[in-house]
Design a protein around this ligand. Structure first.
Ligand SMILES: C[S@@+](CC[C@H](N)C(=O)[O-])C[C@H]1O[C@@H](n2cnc3c(N)ncnc32)[C@H](O)[C@@H]1O
Length: 277
């Protein structure tokens, strides 16, 4: 009996689980060793303790470009062009490196600039040319800078816009306090739900990225609904953990789509972008 026939014969016996054990062990050990290697490298090379930054895998970038293309109804080639635009923006990259190196909390930040899914936010702002973006949750201000860079490019093309960035922490947003990016960013300190309630201009693009609890995310979308401009785009950074935006989309008669990012060379499983429009 050849080896294949023997394996198939064993697979039909009670010995099958025992015979398969070494192969299963080797598979899971290979997977765990990869995670352990990435974790050990990260512990030594990174300083971040939350809101991790990383590059996306090539495939994940590819899927993100199609996600933006579908949500914003623009050709995927244009989306790839906007990805190249933000990643080739050396002035912004140098600013973030310098501001990070000089920040009081530099001991908890990496100097290397890695945008991950934020390149998708950039492309969506370039595609939809919003007059007013609202971002809840600012942290260092990396996302605010990316959104501001897109708004500045839109302004150069005759479509000016501003981003209102909301955070409960008065120290948040230190990356977004430098010109030219600060020229289109309004940092507002306070609880995001109260700050949304106080908005006095219609919102064209809303991004939830603050308190990631289900209850808070829902409160934000409920609070922003009466503030939205017709045709507004709603985004959430919480889509890998809750169904809040999908339910909001269903209730309000919108379409919904989710993208799950895959970080390259990182132990963190990644976040994603949920979009309702
Ligand atoms: C994940 S970080 C934001 C990341 C940022 N958008 C970026 O692109 O890097 C979450 C932020 O939400 C803020 N936050 C937490 N609860 C909040 C609340 N109730 N209102 C406003 N901001 C809040 C935190 O202070 C923190 O800076």
């Amino acid at each position: 009996m050849d080896a294949t026939k023997l394996r198939r014969a064993i697979a039909r016996t009670r010995l099958a689980p025992v015979a398969a054990f070494p192969k299963r062990l080797a598979r899971v050990a290979r997977h765990d060793a990869k995670v352990l290697r990435a974790s050990a490298r990260w512990l030594v090379t990174s300083r971040e303790h939350h809101n991790y930054t990383y590059e996306l895998t090539k495939l994940s970038r590819h899927h993100l470009s199609w996600f933006v293309s579908v949500v914003c109804d623009v050709p995927v080639g244009r989306v790839r062009g906007w990805f190249a635009e933000i990643e080739g923006d050396d002035e912004l990259r140098r600013h973030i490196e310098r501001a990070t190196a000089e920040a009081a909390r530099r001991g908890l930040a990496d100097r290397e600039v890695r945008y991950a899914r934020r390149i998708g936010w950039y492309a969506m702002v370039r595609a939809t040319r919003p007059a007013h973006v609202v971002e809840t949750g600012v942290d260092k201000g990396l996302g605010s800078c990316v959104l501001a860079a897109a708004l500045l490019r839109n302004a150069d093309e005759g479509h000016p816009g501003r981003v209102t960035s909301l955070d409960i922490n008065p120290e948040a947003g230190y990356l977004a306090r430098t010109a030219p990016w600060s020229g289109v960013v309004d940092l507002v300190v306070g609880d995001s739900v109260a700050s949304i309630g106080a908005l006095d201009r219609p919102v064209d693009l809303f991004l939830h990225d603050s308190d990631h609890s289900r209850a808070h995310e829902k409160r934000e979308f409920d609070a922003v609904e009466p503030k939205l401009a017709p045709g507004a785009l709603l985004l959430t950074d919480n889509v890998t953990t809750t169904n809040v935006l999908a339910e909001h989309a269903e209730r309000t008669g919108r379409r919904f789509l989710a993208y799950r990012e895959t970080p390259a060379r990182h132990w963190y499983p990644g976040d994603g972008i949920g979009a309702a429009w």
